[in-house]
Design a protein around this ligand. Sequence first.
Ligand code: SF4
Ligand code: SF4
Length: 410
Amino acid sequence: MLMHLVSSLARQRVPGQLVIQLTDRCNARCPQCGMRVTEDFPRTRLETDRVLAIIDAAVRKKIRSLSFTGGEPLIYLKDLVPLIRYAVDAGIPYVRTGTNGFLFMGSNSPGFEARMEHLAETLAGSGVRNFWISIDSADPAVHETMRGLPGVIAGIRKALPIFHRNGLYPSANLGINRNITRQTMALAPGCDGETFYRTYRDGFRDFYSAVIDMGFTIVNSCYPMSVSPDDELAAVYSASSTDRVVRFSNAEKALLYRALFDTIPEFRNRIRIFSPRTSLYALIMETEQADGGNTVNGYSCRGGLDFFFIDAKSGHTYPCGFRGQDDYGPFDASGFPGASHERPCRECHWECFRDPSELAGPLLDLARRPHRFFSRFLTDRSYARLWFEDLMYYRTCGWFDGRKSNVCHD
Ligand code: SF4
Ligand code: SF4
Protein backbone atom coordinates (compact mmCIF):
# COMPACT_ATOMS: atom_id res chain seq x y z
CA MET A 1 0.00 0.00 0.00
CA LEU A 2 2.79 2.39 0.95
CA MET A 3 4.54 1.89 -2.39
CA HIS A 4 1.40 2.78 -4.32
CA LEU A 5 0.77 5.80 -2.14
CA VAL A 6 4.30 7.08 -2.68
CA SER A 7 4.16 6.48 -6.44
CA SER A 8 0.79 8.27 -6.69
CA LEU A 9 2.08 11.21 -4.68
CA ALA A 10 5.18 11.37 -6.86
CA ARG A 11 2.78 11.85 -9.81
CA GLN A 12 0.92 14.50 -7.77
CA ARG A 13 -2.04 12.18 -7.52
CA VAL A 14 -3.71 10.26 -4.74
CA PRO A 15 -4.53 6.55 -5.20
CA GLY A 16 -7.41 6.35 -7.65
CA GLN A 17 -10.96 5.43 -6.79
CA LEU A 18 -13.76 4.39 -9.13
CA VAL A 19 -17.43 3.99 -8.29
CA ILE A 20 -19.33 1.92 -10.84
CA GLN A 21 -23.08 2.17 -10.69
CA LEU A 22 -23.97 -1.31 -11.84
CA THR A 23 -27.67 -0.55 -12.01
CA ASP A 24 -30.21 2.06 -11.02
CA ARG A 25 -32.76 -0.67 -10.36
CA CYS A 26 -33.84 -1.03 -6.75
CA ASN A 27 -36.44 -2.85 -4.69
CA ALA A 28 -36.53 -0.58 -1.63
CA ARG A 29 -38.66 2.48 -0.89
CA CYS A 30 -36.22 4.88 0.80
CA PRO A 31 -37.60 8.42 0.93
CA GLN A 32 -34.02 9.75 0.82
CA CYS A 33 -33.32 8.37 -2.64
CA GLY A 34 -34.54 9.01 -6.18
CA MET A 35 -33.99 5.36 -7.19
CA ARG A 36 -36.66 3.97 -4.86
CA VAL A 37 -38.90 1.37 -6.44
CA THR A 38 -41.86 3.76 -6.49
CA GLU A 39 -40.10 6.23 -8.82
CA ASP A 40 -41.23 5.78 -12.38
CA PHE A 41 -38.30 5.98 -14.80
CA PRO A 42 -36.69 3.53 -17.22
CA ARG A 43 -34.27 1.35 -15.27
CA THR A 44 -30.92 0.30 -16.66
CA ARG A 45 -27.87 -1.78 -15.91
CA LEU A 46 -24.36 -1.92 -17.26
CA GLU A 47 -23.70 -4.93 -19.43
CA THR A 48 -21.05 -7.34 -18.16
CA ASP A 49 -18.73 -6.83 -21.16
CA ARG A 50 -18.86 -3.10 -20.60
CA VAL A 51 -17.93 -3.50 -16.93
CA LEU A 52 -15.06 -5.85 -17.79
CA ALA A 53 -13.66 -3.26 -20.19
CA ILE A 54 -14.00 -0.60 -17.50
CA ILE A 55 -12.15 -2.80 -15.01
CA ASP A 56 -9.33 -3.38 -17.52
CA ALA A 57 -9.07 0.36 -18.03
CA ALA A 58 -9.16 0.92 -14.27
CA VAL A 59 -6.17 -1.36 -13.85
CA ARG A 60 -4.29 0.53 -16.59
CA LYS A 61 -5.16 3.82 -14.92
CA LYS A 62 -3.87 2.53 -11.58
CA ILE A 63 -7.23 2.64 -9.82
CA ARG A 64 -6.77 1.11 -6.37
CA SER A 65 -10.28 1.19 -5.04
CA LEU A 66 -13.39 0.05 -6.88
CA SER A 67 -16.97 0.13 -5.60
CA PHE A 68 -19.94 -1.53 -7.20
CA THR A 69 -23.00 0.42 -6.25
CA GLY A 70 -26.60 0.74 -7.35
CA GLY A 71 -29.53 0.87 -7.11
CA GLU A 72 -29.35 -2.45 -5.41
CA PRO A 73 -26.28 -4.33 -6.70
CA LEU A 74 -27.33 -7.68 -5.20
CA ILE A 75 -30.33 -7.86 -7.53
CA TYR A 76 -27.61 -8.96 -9.97
CA LEU A 77 -25.63 -11.08 -7.52
CA LYS A 78 -24.89 -13.80 -10.08
CA ASP A 79 -23.29 -11.27 -12.43
CA LEU A 80 -21.72 -9.19 -9.70
CA VAL A 81 -19.68 -11.93 -8.05
CA PRO A 82 -17.57 -12.76 -11.15
CA LEU A 83 -17.05 -9.03 -11.75
CA ILE A 84 -15.67 -8.63 -8.25
CA ARG A 85 -13.47 -11.69 -8.76
CA TYR A 86 -12.23 -10.29 -12.07
CA ALA A 87 -11.30 -6.94 -10.48
CA VAL A 88 -9.55 -8.61 -7.54
CA ASP A 89 -7.62 -10.99 -9.81
CA ALA A 90 -6.67 -8.06 -12.02
CA GLY A 91 -4.91 -6.53 -9.02
CA ILE A 92 -7.36 -3.98 -7.61
CA PRO A 93 -6.94 -4.44 -3.87
CA TYR A 94 -9.91 -2.52 -2.46
CA VAL A 95 -13.06 -3.86 -4.05
CA ARG A 96 -16.33 -3.06 -2.30
CA THR A 97 -20.01 -3.54 -2.68
CA GLY A 98 -23.09 -3.32 -0.53
CA THR A 99 -26.77 -3.93 -0.13
CA ASN A 100 -29.99 -2.53 1.23
CA GLY A 101 -30.39 -5.90 2.94
CA PHE A 102 -33.37 -7.28 1.03
CA LEU A 103 -31.87 -10.78 1.04
CA PHE A 104 -31.93 -10.75 4.85
CA MET A 105 -35.73 -10.63 5.01
CA GLY A 106 -37.68 -13.73 6.00
CA SER A 107 -35.36 -14.82 8.79
CA ASN A 108 -38.06 -17.01 10.32
CA SER A 109 -38.66 -18.94 7.14
CA PRO A 110 -37.24 -22.45 6.73
CA GLY A 111 -33.82 -22.56 5.14
CA PHE A 112 -32.85 -19.01 6.10
CA GLU A 113 -29.56 -20.10 7.72
CA ALA A 114 -28.65 -22.22 4.70
CA ARG A 115 -29.44 -19.31 2.39
CA MET A 116 -27.24 -17.03 4.46
CA GLU A 117 -24.45 -19.58 4.54
CA HIS A 118 -24.55 -19.70 0.76
CA LEU A 119 -24.67 -15.92 0.41
CA ALA A 120 -21.78 -15.39 2.84
CA GLU A 121 -19.71 -18.08 1.19
CA THR A 122 -20.39 -16.65 -2.27
CA LEU A 123 -19.49 -13.09 -1.31
CA ALA A 124 -16.44 -14.11 0.72
CA GLY A 125 -15.32 -16.30 -2.20
CA SER A 126 -15.56 -13.34 -4.59
CA GLY A 127 -12.60 -11.67 -2.86
CA VAL A 128 -14.60 -8.55 -1.97
CA ARG A 129 -12.77 -6.58 0.72
CA ASN A 130 -15.63 -4.58 2.15
CA PHE A 131 -19.33 -5.25 2.13
CA TRP A 132 -21.74 -2.67 3.49
CA ILE A 133 -25.32 -3.03 4.67
CA SER A 134 -27.36 0.16 4.87
CA ILE A 135 -29.00 0.99 8.20
CA ASP A 136 -30.96 4.23 8.52
CA SER A 137 -32.09 4.23 12.13
CA ALA A 138 -31.27 2.88 15.58
CA ASP A 139 -34.94 1.92 15.72
CA PRO A 140 -35.57 -1.29 13.71
CA ALA A 141 -39.19 -0.44 12.95
CA VAL A 142 -38.26 3.01 11.62
CA HIS A 143 -35.49 1.57 9.44
CA GLU A 144 -37.75 -1.13 8.04
CA THR A 145 -40.54 1.33 7.28
CA MET A 146 -38.17 3.72 5.53
CA ARG A 147 -36.68 0.94 3.41
CA GLY A 148 -39.94 -0.96 2.95
CA LEU A 149 -38.12 -4.12 4.01
CA PRO A 150 -40.01 -5.72 6.92
CA GLY A 151 -38.05 -8.05 9.19
CA VAL A 152 -34.70 -7.08 7.69
CA ILE A 153 -33.04 -6.15 10.99
CA ALA A 154 -33.75 -9.53 12.61
CA GLY A 155 -32.34 -11.18 9.49
CA ILE A 156 -29.13 -9.12 9.59
CA ARG A 157 -28.69 -10.05 13.26
CA LYS A 158 -28.96 -13.72 12.40
CA ALA A 159 -26.78 -13.44 9.30
CA LEU A 160 -23.83 -11.53 10.77
CA PRO A 161 -22.33 -14.46 12.73
CA ILE A 162 -22.64 -16.58 9.59
CA PHE A 163 -20.78 -13.94 7.59
CA HIS A 164 -18.12 -13.69 10.29
CA ARG A 165 -17.60 -17.46 10.24
CA ASN A 166 -17.01 -17.13 6.49
CA GLY A 167 -14.38 -14.44 7.04
CA LEU A 168 -16.41 -11.43 5.93
CA TYR A 169 -17.15 -8.60 8.38
CA PRO A 170 -19.85 -6.36 6.89
CA SER A 171 -20.05 -2.71 7.82
CA ALA A 172 -23.18 -0.83 8.84
CA ASN A 173 -23.69 2.14 6.55
CA LEU A 174 -25.70 5.00 8.02
CA GLY A 175 -27.07 7.55 5.58
CA ILE A 176 -27.53 10.41 8.05
CA ASN A 177 -31.15 11.52 8.09
CA ARG A 178 -33.77 12.96 10.40
CA ASN A 179 -34.99 9.52 11.51
CA ILE A 180 -31.90 8.09 13.17
CA THR A 181 -33.94 7.80 16.40
CA ARG A 182 -37.54 8.49 17.47
CA GLN A 183 -36.21 11.57 19.29
CA THR A 184 -34.55 13.07 16.22
CA MET A 185 -37.77 12.33 14.31
CA ALA A 186 -39.78 14.22 16.88
CA LEU A 187 -37.65 17.40 16.80
CA ALA A 188 -39.77 20.39 15.96
CA PRO A 189 -38.73 22.28 12.79
CA GLY A 190 -36.70 25.31 13.83
CA CYS A 191 -35.92 24.02 17.33
CA ASP A 192 -33.04 25.74 19.11
CA GLY A 193 -29.47 24.72 18.30
CA GLU A 194 -28.67 23.29 21.71
CA THR A 195 -31.69 20.95 21.59
CA PHE A 196 -30.88 19.94 18.03
CA TYR A 197 -27.24 19.19 18.90
CA ARG A 198 -28.08 17.21 22.08
CA THR A 199 -30.76 15.15 20.36
CA TYR A 200 -28.45 14.15 17.51
CA ARG A 201 -25.59 13.55 19.94
CA ASP A 202 -27.81 11.04 21.76
CA GLY A 203 -29.04 9.78 18.40
CA PHE A 204 -25.54 8.92 17.21
CA ARG A 205 -24.80 7.24 20.54
CA ASP A 206 -27.97 5.16 20.18
CA PHE A 207 -27.11 4.34 16.59
CA TYR A 208 -23.58 3.16 17.36
CA SER A 209 -24.84 1.14 20.33
CA ALA A 210 -27.55 -0.46 18.17
CA VAL A 211 -25.18 -1.58 15.41
CA ILE A 212 -22.64 -2.90 17.95
CA ASP A 213 -25.47 -4.82 19.58
CA MET A 214 -26.46 -6.26 16.19
CA GLY A 215 -22.94 -7.63 15.74
CA PHE A 216 -21.34 -5.16 13.32
CA THR A 217 -17.62 -4.48 13.72
CA ILE A 218 -17.33 -1.58 11.23
CA VAL A 219 -19.58 1.44 10.75
CA ASN A 220 -19.57 4.30 8.29
CA SER A 221 -21.70 7.41 7.86
CA CYS A 222 -22.83 9.05 4.65
CA TYR A 223 -23.46 12.75 5.06
CA PRO A 224 -26.89 14.02 4.05
CA MET A 225 -27.23 14.32 0.28
CA SER A 226 -30.01 16.59 -0.77
CA VAL A 227 -29.50 18.10 -4.18
CA SER A 228 -32.15 20.68 -4.89
CA PRO A 229 -33.04 22.11 -8.32
CA ASP A 230 -31.53 25.42 -7.11
CA ASP A 231 -28.08 23.85 -6.62
CA GLU A 232 -25.39 24.19 -9.26
CA LEU A 233 -25.15 20.39 -9.27
CA ALA A 234 -26.82 18.16 -11.83
CA ALA A 235 -26.96 14.72 -10.26
CA VAL A 236 -26.51 11.72 -12.52
CA TYR A 237 -26.47 9.53 -9.42
CA SER A 238 -29.97 9.67 -8.03
CA ALA A 239 -29.04 8.58 -4.52
CA SER A 240 -30.17 12.01 -3.40
CA SER A 241 -33.52 13.55 -2.74
CA THR A 242 -35.20 16.80 -1.88
CA ASP A 243 -37.17 15.04 0.87
CA ARG A 244 -37.06 16.76 4.26
CA VAL A 245 -35.67 13.56 5.78
CA VAL A 246 -32.24 14.41 4.30
CA ARG A 247 -32.63 18.18 3.82
CA PHE A 248 -30.80 20.16 6.48
CA SER A 249 -29.92 23.85 6.61
CA ASN A 250 -26.23 24.74 6.85
CA ALA A 251 -26.70 25.68 10.50
CA GLU A 252 -28.28 22.27 11.16
CA LYS A 253 -25.51 20.47 9.26
CA ALA A 254 -22.86 22.22 11.33
CA LEU A 255 -24.57 20.99 14.52
CA LEU A 256 -25.09 17.53 13.07
CA TYR A 257 -21.45 17.18 12.09
CA ARG A 258 -20.36 18.48 15.49
CA ALA A 259 -22.61 15.93 17.23
CA LEU A 260 -21.03 13.13 15.20
CA PHE A 261 -17.53 14.54 15.67
CA ASP A 262 -18.04 14.60 19.45
CA THR A 263 -19.61 11.12 19.60
CA ILE A 264 -16.99 9.21 17.61
CA PRO A 265 -14.25 9.14 20.30
CA GLU A 266 -16.62 7.43 22.76
CA PHE A 267 -17.08 4.49 20.41
CA ARG A 268 -13.80 4.22 18.55
CA ASN A 269 -12.50 1.37 20.67
CA ARG A 270 -15.77 -0.57 20.47
CA ILE A 271 -16.35 -0.58 16.72
CA ARG A 272 -14.22 0.47 13.75
CA ILE A 273 -15.60 3.87 12.74
CA PHE A 274 -14.61 4.80 9.22
CA SER A 275 -15.68 8.48 9.39
CA PRO A 276 -12.52 10.58 9.82
CA ARG A 277 -12.87 13.36 12.38
CA THR A 278 -10.61 15.52 10.18
CA SER A 279 -13.29 15.45 7.54
CA LEU A 280 -16.04 16.31 10.00
CA TYR A 281 -13.93 19.14 11.39
CA ALA A 282 -13.55 20.55 7.88
CA LEU A 283 -17.27 20.13 7.18
CA ILE A 284 -18.15 21.92 10.40
CA MET A 285 -15.97 24.86 9.31
CA GLU A 286 -17.43 24.75 5.82
CA THR A 287 -21.05 24.69 6.89
CA GLU A 288 -20.46 27.33 9.56
CA GLN A 289 -18.80 29.50 6.94
CA ALA A 290 -21.72 29.05 4.58
CA ASP A 291 -23.83 30.21 7.50
CA GLY A 292 -21.59 33.25 8.02
CA GLY A 293 -19.03 31.69 10.39
CA ASN A 294 -15.47 30.32 10.14
CA THR A 295 -12.98 30.26 7.32
CA VAL A 296 -12.69 26.94 5.50
CA ASN A 297 -9.45 25.13 6.22
CA GLY A 298 -10.06 21.77 4.59
CA TYR A 299 -9.09 20.22 1.28
CA SER A 300 -11.15 20.23 -1.86
CA CYS A 301 -12.52 17.06 -3.38
CA ARG A 302 -10.51 14.77 -5.66
CA GLY A 303 -13.66 13.95 -7.66
CA GLY A 304 -12.77 14.30 -11.35
CA LEU A 305 -9.04 14.18 -10.62
CA ASP A 306 -8.38 10.86 -8.96
CA PHE A 307 -11.90 9.70 -8.18
CA PHE A 308 -14.57 8.97 -10.79
CA PHE A 309 -18.12 7.74 -11.13
CA ILE A 310 -19.55 5.58 -13.92
CA ASP A 311 -23.23 6.02 -14.53
CA ALA A 312 -25.40 2.94 -15.20
CA LYS A 313 -27.51 4.63 -17.90
CA SER A 314 -24.74 5.72 -20.27
CA GLY A 315 -21.67 3.92 -18.95
CA HIS A 316 -19.99 7.33 -19.09
CA THR A 317 -17.50 8.75 -16.63
CA TYR A 318 -18.23 11.73 -14.38
CA PRO A 319 -16.16 13.44 -11.71
CA CYS A 320 -18.70 12.05 -9.25
CA GLY A 321 -22.37 11.26 -9.25
CA PHE A 322 -23.34 14.89 -8.82
CA ARG A 323 -21.52 16.86 -11.53
CA GLY A 324 -23.61 15.60 -14.42
CA GLN A 325 -22.59 18.58 -16.56
CA ASP A 326 -19.01 17.21 -16.70
CA ASP A 327 -19.36 14.12 -18.92
CA TYR A 328 -15.89 12.67 -19.58
CA GLY A 329 -17.23 9.95 -21.91
CA PRO A 330 -16.48 6.23 -21.74
CA PHE A 331 -13.94 5.45 -19.02
CA ASP A 332 -11.97 2.96 -21.08
CA ALA A 333 -11.69 5.39 -24.01
CA SER A 334 -10.72 8.51 -22.11
CA GLY A 335 -7.44 9.53 -20.54
CA PHE A 336 -7.40 11.06 -17.12
CA PRO A 337 -8.67 14.59 -17.38
CA GLY A 338 -5.79 17.03 -17.62
CA ALA A 339 -4.89 19.82 -15.25
CA SER A 340 -7.46 22.03 -16.97
CA HIS A 341 -10.14 20.04 -15.17
CA GLU A 342 -8.57 20.73 -11.82
CA ARG A 343 -10.93 23.00 -10.01
CA PRO A 344 -11.44 23.06 -6.31
CA CYS A 345 -14.83 21.53 -5.64
CA ARG A 346 -16.68 21.39 -2.34
CA GLU A 347 -20.13 21.49 -3.83
CA CYS A 348 -21.49 18.52 -1.95
CA HIS A 349 -20.73 16.35 1.03
CA TRP A 350 -20.55 12.96 -0.69
CA GLU A 351 -18.54 11.08 1.89
CA CYS A 352 -17.18 8.50 -0.59
CA PHE A 353 -15.08 11.22 -2.16
CA ARG A 354 -14.89 13.91 0.51
CA ASP A 355 -13.50 11.74 3.33
CA PRO A 356 -10.54 10.27 1.41
CA SER A 357 -9.86 13.68 -0.17
CA GLU A 358 -9.58 15.22 3.24
CA LEU A 359 -7.28 12.50 4.53
CA ALA A 360 -5.07 12.51 1.44
CA GLY A 361 -4.96 16.32 1.07
CA PRO A 362 -2.08 16.96 3.48
CA LEU A 363 0.01 14.20 1.88
CA LEU A 364 -0.52 15.73 -1.52
CA ASP A 365 0.51 19.11 -0.14
CA LEU A 366 3.60 17.57 1.37
CA ALA A 367 4.52 16.09 -2.02
CA ARG A 368 3.94 19.15 -4.16
CA ARG A 369 3.98 22.25 -1.96
CA PRO A 370 5.52 21.39 1.42
CA HIS A 371 5.41 25.03 2.52
CA ARG A 372 1.60 24.83 2.41
CA PHE A 373 1.60 21.62 4.43
CA PHE A 374 3.71 23.18 7.19
CA SER A 375 1.98 26.55 7.22
CA ARG A 376 -1.47 24.93 7.36
CA PHE A 377 -0.49 22.62 10.16
CA LEU A 378 1.22 25.41 12.08
CA THR A 379 -1.73 27.77 11.77
CA ASP A 380 -4.33 25.16 12.65
CA ARG A 381 -2.92 22.85 15.29
CA SER A 382 -6.34 21.26 15.94
CA TYR A 383 -6.53 20.16 12.32
CA ALA A 384 -2.98 18.77 12.42
CA ARG A 385 -3.68 16.84 15.64
CA LEU A 386 -6.92 15.38 14.27
CA TRP A 387 -5.25 14.33 11.04
CA PHE A 388 -2.48 12.47 12.84
CA GLU A 389 -5.03 10.87 15.18
CA ASP A 390 -7.14 9.72 12.22
CA LEU A 391 -4.14 8.22 10.47
CA MET A 392 -3.07 6.39 13.62
CA TYR A 393 -6.61 5.15 14.13
CA TYR A 394 -6.91 3.95 10.54
CA ARG A 395 -3.63 2.10 10.93
CA THR A 396 -4.76 0.52 14.20
CA CYS A 397 -7.96 -0.58 12.48
CA GLY A 398 -5.97 -2.37 9.78
CA TRP A 399 -7.25 0.21 7.24
CA PHE A 400 -10.79 -1.12 7.77
CA ASP A 401 -10.14 -4.51 6.30
CA GLY A 402 -13.55 -6.14 6.10
CA ARG A 403 -11.89 -9.56 5.98
CA LYS A 404 -10.55 -9.13 9.49
CA SER A 405 -12.40 -9.09 12.76
CA ASN A 406 -10.33 -6.64 14.75
CA VAL A 407 -12.06 -3.99 16.78
CA CYS A 408 -9.70 -1.07 17.27
CA HIS A 409 -8.13 0.07 20.44
CA ASP A 410 -6.61 3.50 19.93
S1 SF4 B 1 -30.95 4.30 -0.95
FE1 SF4 B 1 -30.26 2.38 -1.89
S2 SF4 B 1 -31.79 0.92 -1.20
FE2 SF4 B 1 -32.70 2.89 -0.89
S3 SF4 B 1 -33.89 3.30 -2.77
FE3 SF4 B 1 -31.84 4.19 -3.03
S4 SF4 B 1 -30.65 2.66 -4.08
FE4 SF4 B 1 -32.45 1.64 -3.22
S1 SF4 C 1 -17.45 17.79 -3.78
FE1 SF4 C 1 -16.68 15.99 -4.89
S2 SF4 C 1 -18.41 14.61 -4.91
FE2 SF4 C 1 -19.23 16.64 -4.45
S3 SF4 C 1 -19.79 17.64 -6.40
FE3 SF4 C 1 -17.67 18.20 -5.99
S4 SF4 C 1 -16.41 16.66 -7.02
FE4 SF4 C 1 -18.47 15.83 -6.80
